[in-house]
Design a protein around this ligand. Structure first.
Ligand SMILES: Cc1cc2nc3c(=O)[nH]c(=O)nc-3n(C[C@H](O)[C@H](O)[C@H](O)COP(=O)(O)O)c2cc1C
Ligand SMILES: Nc1ncnc2c1ncn2[C@@H]1O[C@H](COP(=O)(O)OP(=O)(O)OP(=O)(O)O)[C@@H](O)[C@H]1O
Ligand SMILES: [Mg+2]
Length: 399
């Protein structure tokens, strides 16, 4: 790597626009702009400083290429002050989830003095991870000598998360349509089996065909239960909404669901005071089913001994959040996007069908709500899985 003898000074990088090498395709417009930039270096420096994207310039006079300049967007978005970053190599933004392959690309680009674009995980000063879309390019003087590197950083975390959720929603929608179609057909076929077997059961002799009929009836009823759950996931059942107090509904339901759980499971309910007068449109039966599925999952994840925390909170007026938190192992990141799918289960051997969370997903969807899963080692340190159902608050006072 060549290094300009006077290249590393911060003032050079900050104020001297001639440091920028004209691109190969120099047009008239660009020449004019460059001339303007040369005649008004303060304007260029001020523009870089005010840029809404992060801009960093490295100091080539030092072997480790520390930062010589960062603009205010960089300090604002990363949480580091100028003093904390100038003189340090930008790798301080990297951490456990930073993809080493992306870092390799950066190292190679520096070696070969080429432009590079990477998207990888970086960390803010407070430890928050963000997705950094970084473009890095060599800076040459008018003689083509390398005098610095410039980096443009963009926090694209929200965009990427939105896109990911969009893909997930479409996938679940397609899955719902397919599963719903099959379940609907099966439902039609199962109804006569259940009805006719039950109808003729009393006529069967007790010693031979009777028990066989019982087995048929029991299996058909179980199959109908599975079909019901798939229909609940695929939104084929229309809910009956009532405007209810969320606090009261949760309390009432937890009271009942508690009785279904082993005695060694303790359920704590915490309701933020601001939720008392908040109402939402709920199908009470479906909501109860969703809550029960979550509590049963938590109980199973803790091998039927431990504490479950049901927390109800209200944000700035739009959403009511009902969270179920447990002390189990949590849901590993790798399977979080799959646990809402029907028939996805890690408990198949213990008799799980993998329908519990897909039913919750379908129910929340029909309430116009959202479901989010966080886990152990997350914001609730020391606790296990946290599943939050967010429902739209319809009004603050019941009419
Ligand atoms: C101008 C410039 C900007 C950079 N910006 C970042 C950045 O935002 N995030 C990051 O993780 N690394 C960034 N890097 C890359 C690291 O500073 C370093 O070059 C990279 O980690 C490879 O080197 P290493 O293997 O010695 O760590 C930047 C490098 C330069 C020259
Ligand atoms: N509270 C939890 N803690 C840890 N893992 C969980 C928790 N809740 C769900 N999971 C994971 O999600 C998977 C899917 O859950 P889901 O309720 O859909 O199905 P299941 O519990 O396996 O079977 P079913 O509910 O049909 O009996 C589970 O198998 C488990 O791996
Ligand atoms: Mg379950």
């Amino acid at each position: 790597m060549t290094q300009g003898s006077d290249s590393g000074r911060r003032s050079d990088a900050r104020l001297d626009p001639s440091a920028a090498k004209p691109p190969a395709t120099t047009g008239i417009g660009h020449d004019i702009l460059l001339a303007l930039a040369r005649s008004k270096p303060e304007l260029v420096a001020a523009a870089i400083e005010s840029s809404p994207v992060n801009i960093t310039i490295a100091d080539l006079s030092s072997p480790d290429m520390p930062l010589a300049y960062v603009n205010s967007a960089f300090t604002r978005t990363t949480g580091y002050s100028i003093d904390e970053v100038i003189g340090r190599n930008c790798r301080f933004l990297q951490g456990p989830d930073t993809d080493p392959a992306a870092v390799d690309l950066l190292r190679d680009a520096i070696k070969t003095e080429t432009e590079v674009e990477v998207e990888f995980v970086n960390y803010k000063k407070d430890g928050t991870a963000f997705i950094n879309a970084l473009k890095m390019a060599p800076v040459h003087d008018p003689h083509g000598r390398l005098i610095s590197f410039v980096g443009i950083q963009n926090d694209v975390t929200e965009e990427r998360e939105r896109a990911r959720l969009d893909v997930e929603r479409q996938r679940m929608e397609a899955l719902g349509q397919m599963a719903g179609g099959v379940a609907h057909q099966l439902n039609n076929l199962l109804q006569p089996i259940v009805t006719l077997t039950a109808l003729h059961r009393p006529d069967m002799p007790a010693d031979n065909m009777g028990p066989d009929f019982d087995t048929v009836l029991e299996s058909a009823r179980q199959a109908a239960g599975v079909v019901e759950d798939v229909l609940a996931f695929s939104r084929r059942k229309e809910p009956t909404f009532e405007t209810l107090s969320v606090a009261e509904t949760v309390l009432k339901n937890v009271e009942f669901i508690r009785t279904l759980l082993p005695k060694s499971i303790f359920v704590h309910v915490s309701i933020k005071p601001e939720i008392n007068n908040v109402y939402t449109n709920i199908d009470a039966t479906l909501f109860s089913q969703a809550l029960a599925n979550l509590l049963i999952n938590s109980s199973q994840a803790m091998d039927e001994a431990g504490q479950i925390f049901v927390e109800v909170a209200f944000d700035d007026g739009d959403w009511i959040h009902v969270s179920v938190v447990d002390e189990g192992p949590g849901i590993p990141q790798e399977i979080r996007s799959r646990v809402l799918e029907p028939f996805f289960s890690t408990r198949l051997e213990e008799g799980g069908t993998g329908l519990g969370l897909s039913v919750v997903y379908g129910i929340v969807n029909r309430h116009g709500g959202k479901i989010s899963i966080t886990g152990a080692g997350n914001e609730r340190r020391g606790r296990g899985c946290c599943i939050t159902l967010s429902l739209p608050a319809v009004q603050e006072q019941k009419p």
